[in-house]
Design a protein. Sequence first.
Length: 415
Amino acid sequence: MSPRAATHPPPPNSAGVPDAPELPRKHREPLASHSALVRKLGAGTGRQAIIFELARWALELNDTALAVLTPTTVVLANPRWHALGRVRGPWRREGEAGRWMALRDVGQEEAAAVRAQAAEGPRVTRYRQEGDVRPRLLEVRAERVAGTARGQVLLQVRDITAQARAEEELTSARAALREREQLRALGELTAGIAHDLRNTLNAMRMRLEMFQAEAAPSPSGRDHLEAMERIVSDASARVDRLRDFSRGKTGAVLERIQLADVVRDAVDLARSGLEHRPRKGGKALRLDVETQERLPEVSGSAMELRYVIINLLINAREAMPRGGLLRVRAFKAGRSVRITVEDEGLGIPEESLPHLFTSFFTTKGDKGTGLGLAMAHGVVTRAGGRLTAANRPEGGAVMTLSFPALKSPGHLKAS
């Protein structure tokens, strides 16, 4: 009897189904379809595993903190969320005076706010860190989750400190560029105006000299003529300064000056335009001037400071449409010499005080250029002094000019 032949499973065919001649054809075809489906599912599962792994890496390595919140708890969060919660904070909504909160409380507050809003879409809010001079800023984006996870809220939290600082620097750069463009245009305009004004002033000076030579004015008329000559002379000097400005030259020649004389000259030049009849329902504007006979000398340009004071007097008059008392004082205060110009007018809006000496800022609308006080501040600063503005408790405003007193020439050491 011959030995029995060994039995082995038949090799698979090209369809991946073992050759089984004993299986009917109707069973081999479903088996082949099943094998193809298994292979397809296996390949799909592999792709899903790769996608899942990539998503996990993205969540773990993302610089944005991500979290999903229910009304009571944080159900899912990436490592960045936990890191922010451990090392930063507490936080408070920017621009508000609410309570300081940990990141978890910030998340719950934003989640509650986005659930309460009627409109669909995200809610974006900024929070700042407690304490630092330049605090860190967070941008919190909250959005409701749709579908089967309804009621949950997705939070995205980004540290935008660097972005906010860049935005501030960009805003400052744009403002500086606008101001430079305005000054450039003003310089071009000034050059033409200075040329025309200088010709006009030269003609006025010639007419005044001819009038003085041909007429015999009274003592008061002679005083008026002398005042007009001084006005024309000062105006010519101011035009020269405008011409220098248009050419990019800055700064006037500083000298030792007596502020008491500067104040008296400025008041004499402006007095006729300041003291006027009262308007209807008002009272007359009265000048009260008080200066010490001799004050310590200061450094500056007498011509420029004279017109600074005249400008302050004119501003004070315009702030007193119903008249009142305008006080001018010049006195020694410690190691400095001060001038104050006080009025009983409308005062300065509190929000305008920080910007009062900024170029092109004006409280007069279309009637103002925004250059008078800015130029006055520049003149005083170049002389080493300070010009400040404040409101008086009893009403009206006070402008204060303060200059360091110079040592008398006799006490100066020889170089």
